[in-house]
Design a protein around this ligand. Structure first.
Ligand SMILES: C[S@@+](CC[C@H](N)C(=O)[O-])C[C@H]1O[C@@H](n2cnc3c(N)ncnc32)[C@H](O)[C@@H]1O
Length: 345
């Protein structure tokens, strides 16, 4: 068992089973053994690769989006650019190259991992840091997040004949095992097997984004993997990834990444009263001109044409990241449709 596994085991032995959200918060954020505290998990040598690490084109398209939205709002001078969970800082470093005068705006990075903050500092001179969005100064803000919400702790519930129960982590001897709480009062009955996931931290983040943009203006672009109501998965979505392969979430606490799939319709509702638009990542990047950008780069560097074509495919194709990943834009109520999005979505 991992050192963090032993800490969790002792805590459960003393206090009883813990909910999935508490387990996930410890696995990812424990101050000594948390997954994001002890390592840089990104890239070929880590556990997973995110879109900004696939190609510079991803961050560049986001930079173009930020600039276009900012200019469409009258290019306010006091704008701040805020990124939630910036990883290695790659997305923002690439975006800055495409942001024109907006690249000079104050940049705030919301990051809890000291290890990743050091990486971000190397790539993003002049940036400032906050532990939470609430700590970023109030004002017009352009907020970006890629694969951030899916790293926030999630609670899981299932309907049983006795009522809704919450999924928990308990102990069998020395081993961590899955279990269920007793029936929870006060929840609407549902057919046996119905499931729900809620993330109080993700909901609070969405509400804080909405409050800020409604009060001071700005926009948010949130990209993550997740689903709409029409393609809701058949069951709970918590998953563990270790060295680019799926793992059992209880097997190695603190040494595997844990994520869940974002329910984009629920996220849109949490962003009320903002105007929300959604698109698949593939459609969003395509409308922002990633195909033309790939062609330009390939013309300048014919030796890189194959790897650029691979990266374009990986970011946009339906059987790669193009469909499972979705982009959500949130703007002040009544704002026109931003670039990258369409009327019908
Ligand atoms: C999956 S990584 C994504 C990194 C980056 N956005 C990318 O696309 O490469 C999640 C990021 O969120 C950060 N993070 C996780 N939980 C956090 C929290 N509660 N508050 C702030 N940052 C957090 C991690 O340290 C990491 O930078």
């Amino acid at each position: 068992m991992t050192p963090l596994g032993r800490i969790i085991r002792d805590r459960i032995a003393a206090q009883g089973p813990m909910g999935v959200a508490e387990f996930m918060a410890l696995c990812l954020g424990h101050p000594r053994h948390g997954y994001y505290v002890t390592r840089d998990p990104l890239g070929a040598t880590g556990d997973f690769t995110t879109a900004p690490e696939v190609s510079q084109m991803f961050g560049e398209m986001i930079g173009l989006w930020l600039r276009a939205v900012w200019e469409g709002m009258g290019a306010p001078r006091e704008a701040r650019v805020v990124e939630l969970g910036p990883g290695r800082g790659t997305l923002m470093a690439d975006a800055r190259r495409a942001m024109g005068p907006l690249a000079a705006a104050e940049t705030w990075l919301v990051e809890t991992s000291p290890r990743l903050r050091a990486e971000q500092a190397r790539r993003l001179p002049g940036a400032r840091w906050a532990e939470r969005l609430e700590q970023v100064p109030e004002g017009f803000a352009l907020i970006v997040a890629n694969e951030f919400l899916d790293a926030l702790p999630v609670r899981q519930f299932i309907a049983t004949p006795e009522g809704w129960r919450e999924r928990q982590v308990g102990l069998a001897g020395d081993r961590l095992i899955w279990g269920l709480s007793g029936p929870l009062p006060g929840l609407d009955p549902a057919p046996e097997g119905a499931w729900r996931e809620t993330s109080p931290a993700a909901t609070a983040t969405a509400r804080e984004i909405a409050r800020r943009i409604e009060s001071h203006g700005g926009a948010a672009l949130l990209i993550d993997y997740g689903y709409r109501a029409a393609d809701r998965p058949p069951g709970w979505t918590l998953q563990a990834l270790r060295r680019h392969a799926p793992a059992e979430p209880l097997a190695s606490p603190g040494e595997a990444d844990l994520t869940w799939l974002i329910d984009f319709d629920a996220l849109g509702a949490d962003l009320a009263p903002l105007a929300v638009r959604m698109a698949t990542q593939g459609a969003f990047l395509g409308r922002m001109g990633i195909g033309q950008r790939a062609a330009m780069l390939a013309q300048a560097r014919p030796d890189r044409a194959d790897s650029l074509a691979d990266a374009l495919e990986r970011l946009t194709a339906a059987d790669a990241m193009g469909t499972l990943f979705k982009a959500l834009a949130a703007l002040p109520p009544g704002a026109p449709i931003p670039p990258g999005f369409a009327e019908d979505a």
